[in-house]
Structure formats: C-alpha cells, structure tokens
Design a protein around this ligand. Sequence first.
Ligand code: ARG
Length: 265
Amino acid sequence: MPKHFLMCRPEHFTVEYAINPWMDPEAGADREVAIRQWEVLKSAYESLGHKVSLIDPIEGLPDMVFAANGALVVGGRVYGARFAFPERAAEGPAYLRWFTDRGYQAQAAEHVNEGEGDFLTLDEFVLAGTGFRTDLVAHNEAQEYLGRPVISMRLVDPRFYHLDTALFPLDGHNVAYYPGAFSEGSRRVLESLFPDAVIASEADAAVLGLNAVSDGRNVVINAEATELQLELKRRGYDVIPVDLSELRKAGGGPKCCTLEIRGEI
Ligand code: ARG
C-alpha cells in the first residue's frame, strides 16, 4: 500500500537555538549537506512508490523541515500541532493552513502537542508520548477529535524527547523501541501490548535509529543503526539506510522529516 507523505525542504535549516540536547548552536550545521541528505530521503520514498507532497519552507523557521511535528492526520482528519517552544510556534498554523487550503477537515489544538513527533498511529490505537513536549491533556484532545483510542507513554530520557525518537511502528500491529527511553510503567504497558517487539540497543537509539519509517515491508532508517538493521533484516524487512547526519545535529532523523497523511479526503 503506497503511502502519502508531506515533507518540507530544509531551505532555511540552521541550528541557531537549542531546544533539545542534540542541538549545539556554536557548532551549527551545514545547510547544503542537509538539503542533499534530505533529497536522498525524498527519493527513497518515491522509489518505494510512495507519494511525497511538499509544504513551502518559511524563512526564520529552521526546524520546519521536521514535518512530523506539523500535525497528526488520521482518517483524513487533521489535528493541528501547538508547539512547546516559541521558536517553533509559527509552524503549527503554517502546517494547518496547508491542509485547510486543500479541503481537509482540520482542528487547531487547544493543548500543547507536537504532531506525529509524539503521536504514532497503529491499526487499533494511537501511541502518544509525554514528558518533554506534548501535554498529557492533548492525548485526550486527540482521542476525542479522532475517535481513536490514544494510549499515553511517559518519556524519561531528554535525548529521546519525542516518542518518535524512541519507538516506531513496524506495521499496524507491532513496534520497535528502546526501553530506556520510557518510564517503568510505560515499559510494562509496551511489553504487554507488543510481546513480539523489536528491542533496540542504547547504541542504536543514540544515533536516532528508532526515528525510522516503515511501510510494513521496507524500513527507511539512519545508516548508523547497524544492529537494529540486522534484526529488521532477520525479521524479513527490506532495510533502506539513509544518512541524515546533518539533520541529526538538530535532533531529527528520517521520521522527523516525514508527516504521514492517513486517509485522503
Ligand atoms: N529541533 C527540533 C526540535 O527539537 C527537532 C524535531 C525533531 N522531530 C521529531 N519528530 N522528533 O523540536
């Protein structure tokens, strides 16, 4: 099943503020390299048969490349993002407008939430992260708007500040995750929901190996996450390694650059 992704070319990408432990404004980042790496990611999706739509990048919003944070789209309904930090606040309305301009049913959020950064959709429910960015009450706001059960997960390690840095759905029913990113209670919930999960090592999590995108068959994943790639291959997945090292300097990987549009209108 081909997927539909929304992406944003990193034309204004910089690391000029620090809102997560990956970001070092002194060290900065090379925009040209970031653009080249991002183009490879976009081509990877297209060669897998997925459709990629683009949103215009806005000057002064260096993190706008991380489209995953722009919204959560399930069943053609768009739940808007409301960012935790003022540096990214203007991205919420920009992404929402992209959808309303195209006739999607959309709702601006009342509560702080960073879109698919903290909401990951499976067939029967949505997993939602809290602890660093998305407010717990936003989990309920999303559930009420989308009419899907939302299960809360508590993140405890600042390196893994969004749920999508610590876990990714392999398909509609199973996930891969790094247990150390989660509170004890959330770990037990994950163990009971996903007895057959792929468990990632700290080393693979620390190169943002869990910030991956699976279509149920192919997994687009950071090249440095070598152990995790082996395990995915062992389980029968086709692995497409990509180098997004420049975007990782802002704390992002393949999934962060990718907003999935679920359910066309
Ligand atoms: N610099 C961005 C931030 O800290 C990175 C966002 C990464 N996106 C993601 N979906 N994890 O907000």
